[in-house]
Design a binder for this molecule. Structure first.
Ligand code: PBG
Length: 330
């Protein structure tokens, strides 16, 4: 007996059939918008290498978050650009620091209807641009840095953050932050760990967005992960979960989808991926040249990240993707 011939194209014939059999879906629920808030400005400032993204003023941030809420976006992640930087980044835990002020504003505005995530690092706040305490020999001191992160976590939680997202790649940072949150009555504040964050060249536009230049032409290779390593990323993820991470992240996204897929197989906590500034900028630049359809490529990127296994995506495309999904009736 011969079997009838399988013809995969039957299931690709109409848009409705394709919709029915789609294995992966992108929804507004999957999108987290990264937002920059800069101290001491009254008008939003454009970021040349991130067209369409701005450094927000206190007021324009509130308006943007209201608009994102209207689109159904469930969460934002905040980055601060302070007026004053110093050797340890003390504005990161100043109760009146730029992100803490913004968190209070937004908590008032949106109540519990949106998730407020605070990126937790000191590089935006240090005058040397490193993610921690720099010693006299130029290295970043892991354990001294944990003391700073503990203070920043408490300041963010006091200001109303739902989630602290440590992005500095110090060893033990999740355990340190968990302990400081629990010790100050913030047991309910969750941790989204940037667990597998690579020393990537794709963060360039972000550094313009937060006015960060690493001193003496330095880089972050001694603390962020080395791009050749995927097994090591899984170890980072497992240890962050053991330290108390509620959610974990892989960053950047597209060049590390193998890591996303492996992580998805191995862990059951919510898994995020960060479609970073350079990934966004490449799409925008090619689209501006008329070389690609930027909106279509952007959606393809986001879908690929979901297909690899991420539950949600931090992306500068969040607003436009939400609008596109809305008009598609998704
Ligand atoms: C560090 C941090 C960085 C990004 C998020 N958090 C920059 C870095 O590690 O140099 C990059 C995000 C992006 O490129 O979109 N606080």
């Amino acid at each position: 007996m011969t079997f009838p011939e399988r013809r995969p194209r039957r299931l690709r014939r109409t848009a409705a059939i394709r919709r029915l059999v789609a294995e992966t879906r992108l929804s507004v629920d999957d999108l987290v918008a990264p937002l920059f808030v800069r101290e001491g400005i009254s008008e939003p400032q454009p970021i040349a290498s991130l067209p369409g993204v701005v450094q927000h003023s206190r007021a324009s941030l509130r308006a943007e978050v209201a608009a994102l809420k209207g689109l159904g976006i469930p969460a934002v992640v905040l980055f601060g650009v302070p007026e004053r930087k110093d050797a340890v980044g003390s504005e990161a835990w100043n109760p009146d620091g730029v992100v803490q002020v913004a968190l209070r504003d937004l908590r008032d505005d949106v109540g519990d209807e949106m998730v407020l995530i605070a990126d937790l690092c000191v590089d935006e706040y240090t005058d040397h641009g490193h993610c921690g305490v720099v010693t006299s020999d130029g290295t970043v001191d892991n354990d001294a840095t944990l003391d700073l992160y503990r203070q920043a976590a408490v300041a963010q939680a006091d200001a109303g953050a739902d989630v602290c997202a440590p992005s500095g790649m110090m060893d033990g940072q999740v355990a340190a932050i968990r302990a400081s949150l629990d010790g100050t009555g913030h047991e309910e504040v969750a941790i989204l760990a940037y667990s597998a964050k690579y020393a990537s060249a794709l963060y360039g536009p972000f550094r313009e967005a937060v006015d960060v230049e690493i001193a003496d032409g330095g880089d972050r290779r001694s603390y962020q992960q080395d791009p050749p390593n995927a097994r090591e990323a899984l170890m980072e993820i497992h240890s962050d979960i053991a330290e108390g991470a509620d959610m974990v992240m892989v960053k950047p996204a597209l060049a590390y989808l193998d890591v996303v897929a492996r992580a998805r197989k191995e862990v059951d906590v919510p898994l995020a991926a960060y479609h970073v500034s350079g990934e966004y900028a490449m799409v925008e630049a090619a689209a501006a040249n008329g070389w690609i359809d930027g909106d279509a490529v952007g959606m393809e990127h986001l879908l690929a990240i979901r297909r690899a296994g991420a539950d949600f995506i931090l992306t500068y495309l969040a607003r436009r993707a939400a609008q596109a999904l809305d008009s598609a009736g998704a």
